[in-house]
Design a protein around this ligand. Structure first.
Ligand code: PMM
Length: 283
């Protein structure tokens, strides 16, 4: 199992796909916006995800849903820091989902142990030089531009080849900025600057991204491409009713030993990962 360095031993010794539970502390996130905006509700939900088997909790204060506008740094910090401080003593690793080095820095000081930048260091180049000073894993996602314009950035010659090439180039940029290559996790960014149809070849031909030799995080949970797949009479399946489809993706990822799946419903994904793992270890 390929793990990034900088993970605590209890996770880096595991031989199965990890589960990252999503905690969006936003009024308007893509799939759970508004539900965990209140700090005490968010903390309780994180604890529930940990008891359901989450290895990592990904805490985000800024929505990345298509079309969303940016919030101020102060607002973002005010949303995430109390949650990180309250959870700092739990056994799960806390990941900060941010594109801002200032927020990342404050989150690390408050107890986060991983940085998840959906822009892979592109939104603010200072992020990479900051990450270079740390020894925690860095999730570098494929990103072509901010959420308010990303749906117009979907021109690819070959989506699998182009996404992998763009990720590989950004990994080189990160390494040039001083980030240790073995701390980087790559993520194809399902739904980010991708049409609904473009997500499928990325999943099908994941071996191309795997060839970079870096751990992979997959964030497909409840996303639009699953809703569209399950649509009826021209209407996409509701966000809250995409769990079986999400769990199917977790099975597929667990079978190829993808490093981690980022999901909203931790229990179902963790359960199927246990099954796949037991099967893999059965002679
Ligand atoms: N997706 C969302 C937010 N953060 N981070 C990573 N690394 N990968 C993702 O696919 C990803 C992410 C948007 O989905 P949400 O609104 O359901 O959190």
């Amino acid at each position: 199992m390929l793990h990034p360095s900088g993970l605590p031993k209890n996770l880096s010794s595991l031989d199965r796909t990890l589960v990252m539970g999503v905690l969006n502390v936003t009024p308007d996130s893509f799939s759970d916006g508004g539900r965990f905006f209140d700090s005490s509700v968010a903390i309780a939900h994180a604890k529930q995800m940990i008891s359901d088997g989450a290895d990592i909790i990904d805490i985000g204060g800024e929505s990345t849903r298509p079309g969303s506008e940016r919030i101020s740094i102060q607002e973002e910090m005010g949303r995430v820091l109390p949650i990180i401080s309250a959870l700092a003593e739990t056994e799960a690793v806390l990941s900060i989902d941010t594109m801002r080095p200032e927020v990342a820095q404050a989150a690390i000081a408050a107890g986060a142990g991983m940085i998840n930048d959906v822009s892979g260091g592109k939104a603010d180049p200072e992020m990479l030089s900051y990450v270079a000073t740390l020894d925690v894993p860095f999730i570098l996602m494929h990103w072509r531009g901010p959420s308010n314009i990303m749906n117009s950035l979907t021109d690819y010659k070959d989506v699998v080849v182009d996404v992998t090439k763009e990720i590989s180039e950004q990994v080189d940029v990160a390494v040039s900025a001083g980030v240790a290559r073995d701390r980087i996790v790559v993520d194809p960014g399902i739904g980010f600057a991708k049409t609904v149809d473009q997500n499928w070849p990325i999943l099908k031909h994941l071996d191309v991204l795997e060839d970079l030799g870096l751990p992979i995080l997959m964030g497909a949970s409840r996303k639009k491409f699953l809703g569209e797949l399950l649509s009826k009479n021209g209407e996409a399946r509701h966000m809250d009713d995409r769990e079986a489809a999400t769990t199917a993706i977790s099975v597929l990822m667990a079978q190829r030993k993808t490093w981690c799946v980022r999901v909203h419903d931790v229990r179902d994904s963790r359960d199927v990962i246990e099954v796949v793992s037991r099967m893999a270890n059965t002679p």
